[in-house]
Design a protein around this ligand. Sequence first.
Ligand code: PMT
Length: 407
Amino acid sequence: MLAWKRSRKILLCVTGGIAAYKIPDLVSRLKKLDCEIEAVMTRAAETLVSPLAISTLSGRRVWLEDDFLSASRGFEIPHISLADWADVVVVAPCTANTAFGAAHGRAASIVEAALLAARAPVLLFPAMNAHMFDNPATRRNLSILAERGVRVVDPEFGVLACGYEGKGRLPETGVILEEIFRALSPRRDMTGKRVLVTAGPTREYIDPVRFISNPSSGKMGLAMARTAWYRGADARVVLGPVPSAPENFYHGLEIRNVVSAIEMRDAVMENLEWADCVIKAAAVGDYRAPSVTGHKIKKEHGENLSLTLEQTPDIAAEAGAAKRPGQFLIGFAAETGDLVKNARAKMERKGLDLVLANDVSDVSGGFGSDFNTVRMMPRAGGETTISGAKEEVADAVWEKIISDGLF
Ligand code: PMT
């Protein structure tokens, strides 16, 4: 089962760049996410990638140049019906020629005509030779489109099919997917907001090879950051040591990796002034060894070994004390009993504006799970409980915060 329901209608316009060979992989991954895909190809694209491959993977016919204004298709006007059908229109790869056509309202191909007719959000992935991309004519065409609200995602730097090394590569499929899901997000109500999130565990070393930690996976904090980015916010994440993530999992987020509570505190305090909203989803170790032995602790200590630990800094409390007017501070409370009472006490002690209390003794949520149930407790009152996949919970938290005018 999907952790986050993503089934949507995607109109995929493929134009004649060599990167078109990567498009079957994109179609296959979209299909696995339950999306419906209609593909439209220019004549040049047809020569670079097989319409049959795309059609087989999408489970639908592919619309070609021969279908455009074709007497044999009779009353069908695919560029209009497809544009009307789509939740999002994606042009990948987008050639300099199609970018010119779209910028100037040309409707000389089935792709250009569909773009002119589209009312859904349009996403453009230019991919070409680095000099062609850098040419002021191409830049101008892309900025005309961006000014009109088209999301133009810059190509990546790397070795290009023409032999040059430069900026011109189609981004990896994972990046394209994240951009599509962002484009599909129905709201951009966090545009201009800056969100700082802590996520994951900390590690407090007691010797060079052993540490005290907890099973936080970072999923809840990353879901808060990702859904804020989908809504238009800039998101920075201070991330403790979590298992390595799938390719491009962090696209759109600025990640700062840290290990210990002290490193996490320093990173949060460095970014505090920048942030409009701080979300403390990390499971920070409360105690650490005052000093780490330079060598591995030996068994010679006998049957029992006593460790003296000291408290780590309370990052949320420090951020609460240093909070500037207008800044909004959210903490999580991980509880195993007396959820509401303990969470409320933490809100007071740490100067939080909102606390999201989760019962971490419930095995269906909390640490490591893709799901969670949180009791949302604003200082201003009006508590609610939200349950679901972590991204759904995170998005519902933002929805409530924004609709209640809390931030
Ligand atoms: O990462 P996942 O696997 O997705 O799991 C999610 C989660 C269970 C870790 C998350 O939902 C959660 O509850 N995070 C907070 C865990 C925690 O440390 O709670 P706490 O009740 O001990 O701390 C209260 C608040 O103070 C938290 O916002 C915490 O980040 C913060 N804190 C705690 C100690 C400390 N030294 N500094 C802090 O800033």
